[in-house]
Design a protein around this ligand. Structure first.
Ligand code: ATP
Ligand code: MG
Length: 509
């Protein structure tokens, strides 16, 4: 059949126009409006910007040279922006662009073993981070109905804490003390003692060398692979120091939402409060007590409220927080320490006097508390350390008074001797960590009276000997590790062992 000229023409036209149609479809122009503003001035960590009329509070803004900032103060004619990156290259007159999103950080398994900055960018030279999921830095805390009671202990490996101020998973326990009293050391030792807990260490406003030491310790103990380190050092802009703990908490929350147990350390929130005070004053917000802004309580409680124990239906994950606060001349009633004491579920107070006397860890037992941890403590501790805290605190008072009198009655002398023995046993070096069985054996020996005759200078040796001795009793060790109440036979056996090692060590010396 012959094809008419008309049909041929039509077919060729169709083909040509189809080509055009495809071309047009492929090149559809997408129009997107981006609001651009101008930098008016740059101060310490702050930029004043105008021309961003519809910017949202806390919105992420982009400056030239990859510098980013958060819209903080929304005034009628200008926006006060907190800068998150080093801002030396930023000049008045530079352009600012809106991003229409809030600050977020990469989260996920990829972060384990990595060191990142406050915006989640790696700083450890291990290559780029390939994280598929991002969480906003500011997330609301879990609802009350989603929270379960704190029920599982978090063993720190330190006798003085596990026995006297126990911490539960999902609890917030403040570590506070003057400078150089071993605050970081208590937190890092706790991180080193974990086996099944993901740890996030957030360094705020510290010297880079101090952070490097912590990372080195984690690496030496093969723990770094289970940890994430978030660093905003003292040389970073105050904006980065301000957002770092929120970013670190989002990273930790990812693991909690996967049903895992997570421990987060904020080292330290005094620097965080100072960075926020600097930003607030530069933004001309009204200063309050100690020149801190009025919302300083809110920014810390908003942060720490995110730690919790989730219900079983939500995965049962926990986030335990160990915020650190530095005091000046042991002044607990300064603004930031009192705020944090009232936000957290207890505090571990480190005493410079004890530190100077070499009583380490320098925990001030009388003034340290754990408001929820006691309920989670393993039952096995009750038998050996039930009233130890009270007795020890009383001993410290008694010791202070007994300095004034030369003659003491027999009972007082016995209490003093026992107290000194307990103090010697509670000493622990930084690199030493005891599991439940070892702790219970040692505490049992003291409270059961098996070591009353041991001279104080031999206590450490006797303790080591006992720890070695129970290695040879796997069945007993196993029963103790389970944490249930000890049978009276086991208790007798333990006391027998403790007396034996004490006699052996005394004979050898
Ligand atoms: P800063 O105020 O500078 O942050 P800090 O309170 O965090 O100090 P650390 O850095 O933890 O204190 O400890 C101070 C010093 O005490 C360190 O050199 C540390 O090694 C030592 N130290 C802390 N705890 C112990 C311990 N249990 N045994 C031996 N040394 C310890
Ligand atoms: Mg420290």
């Amino acid at each position: 059949m012959e094809v008419s000229v008309e049909q041929q023409l039509r077919a060729s036209c169709d083909q040509t126009f189809k080509g055009y149609r495809d071309l047009i479809a492929a090149h559809r122009v997408k129009v997107r409006s981006v609001q651009v503003g101008t930098v008016l001035s740059v101060e310490e960590g702050i930029a004043q910007v105008n021309g961003l009329a519809r910017v949202h509070a806390e919105e992420l803004l982009e400056f030239p040279h990859g510098i980013r900032g958060l819209a903080f103060n929304l005034d009628e004619d200008r926006v006060g922006v907190v800068l998150l990156d080093h801002y030396e290259k930023l000049r008045a007159g530079d352009e600012v662009r809106r991003t229409e999103r809030v600050l977020d950080v990469p989260v996920g398994e990829e972060l384990l073993g990595r060191v990142v900055d406050a915006l989640g960018r790696p700083v450890d030279h291990l290559g780029p981070l390939e994280a598929a999921v991002r969480y906003p830095c500011e997330r609301s805390s879990p609802r009350i109905m989603d929270r379960a009671a704190v029920s599982v202990p978090l063993q720190t490996g330190m006798k003085i804490i596990d026995a006297l101020v126990p911490i539960g998973r999902g609890q917030r326990e403040l570590i506070l003390g003057d400078r150089q009293t071993g605050k970081t050391s208590v937190a890092v030792n706790t991180m080193l003692n974990q086996t099944d807990v993901v740890c996030v260490y957030c360094a705020i406003g510290q010297q880079t060398s101090a952070v490097a030491n912590v990372i080195e310790r984690l690496r030496d103990h093969q723990r770094l692979q289970q940890c994430v380190v978030v660093v905003a050092s003292g040389s970073d802009p105050p904006g980065a120091q301000y957002v770092a703990p929120y970013a670190a908490t989002s990273i930790a929350e990812y693991f909690m939402s996967e049903g895992r147990d997570v421990l987060i350390v904020y080292d330290d929130l005094t620097s965080h409060a100072r960075a926020y005070r600097q930003l607030s004053l530069l933004l001309r917000r009204p200063p309050g007590r100690e020149a801190f802004p009025g919302d300083i309580f809110y920014i810390h409680s908003r942060l720490l409220e995110r730690s919790t124990h989730l219900l079983e239906e939500l995965g049962g994950g926990t986030l335990t927080a160990l915020p650190i606060v530095e005091t000046e001349a042991q002044n607990l009633s300064a603004y930031i320490p009192t705020n944090l004491i009232s936000i957290t579920d207890g505090q571990i107070l480190l005493s410079p006097n004890q530190f100077q006397k070499g009583i380490l860890p320098a925990v001030d037992v009388g003034r340290s508390v754990s408001r929820v941890g006691g309920k989670t403590q393993l039952p096995i501790y009750r038998a050996v350390a039930g009233d130890l805290k009270l007795a020890y605190a009383q001993f410290e008072e008694l010791e202070a008074f007994s300095r004034f009198s030369s003659r003491l009655d027999k009972e007082t002398q016995q209490r003093l001797d026992r107290g000194r023995l307990v103090r010697e046993v509670l000493k622990q070096s930084e690199d030493d960590s005891l599991d439940v069985a070892e702790q219970v054996a040692v505490l049992m020996a003291v409270t059961g009276g098996a070591w009353d005759a041991v001279p104080l200078n031999l206590v450490q040796d006797v303790e080591l000997a006992l720890r070695k001795r129970i290695e040879a009793e796997p069945a007993l060790r196993q029963r103790m590790s389970q944490g249930g109440r000890l049978s009276s036979d086991d208790q007798e056996m333990l006391l027998g062992l403790a007396e034996n090692v004490a006699t052996e060590v005394r004979r050898a010396n």
